[in-house]
Design a protein around this ligand. Sequence first.
Ligand SMILES: C[S@@+](CC[C@H](N)C(=O)[O-])C[C@H]1O[C@@H](n2cnc3c(N)ncnc32)[C@H](O)[C@@H]1O
Length: 246
Amino acid sequence: MTEATVLLLRACLVLLASPIYILSFLGIWEPFCRKIFFPFFIENMCAVHEKKTKKRKQDLFSNLPDFKSRSGELKLLEIGTGCGANFQFYPPGCKVTCTDINPNFQQGLSRSMNKNQHLHYERFLVAAGEDLHQVPSGSVDAVVCTLVLCSVQNVTGTLKEVQRVLRPGGAFYFLEHVAADHSSWKYFWQQVYYPTWKLVFDGCCLTRELWKNLEQANFSQLNLEHINVELPWTPITPHIIGYAVK
Ligand SMILES: C[S@@+](CC[C@H](N)C(=O)[O-])C[C@H]1O[C@@H](n2cnc3c(N)ncnc32)[C@H](O)[C@@H]1O
């Protein structure tokens, strides 16, 4: 009964969003989404998300200096940097390498860089988290991923790359939205929204149980907390936040 209801409501959403499905069928939606819609949406959506998570992020990133290398440097690589919403939380002098699969965030990224001149921006790589071959193994002290693992094609492959580029003792920081409790209405609506949400928001999957991927990855230490980020009228309330040590 529930599965049938999910399918029925999904079909209603597909009908409502049919212009987008048609544009996608014609090969127009994805390039438009990547170039125009998503960069605009991310900068504005992230402002709302940031308000709700600012205190949490401040606490999360407060121990970044503990992961400086022996030379006193902190080399940080961010996967899926987007418009650079996390720059403000990194400590002064931190050497940042930005990576994103989508090269169309220049405007928002430049604005964040101008606002955060306490950092050294080393490189911007157009790269998928699953393939960071431009980054040597064991070369960074910290990797950051926020609101990205929902969209990567291969979560396990991305976490393998994270572990490869981290030096031993380096840390992986994450804040990600995840699947709700399977017995909740939230999960019901996540299932209903899933295909249309994924199409509209550039591959974002609503029902990933990312804590399981993190538990299965071979980190020596995992600090992970389940939290709710109140974003009314959206299916992305449940989040995980924390850091793992290689
Ligand atoms: C919701 S945005 C989050 C941006 C930023 N991390 C933040 O917290 O504001 C998701 C970002 O992940 C990027 N992305 C999606 N798939 C990716 C992949 N496979 N590898 C790297 N980045 C990816 C998108 O281009 C986008 O910039």
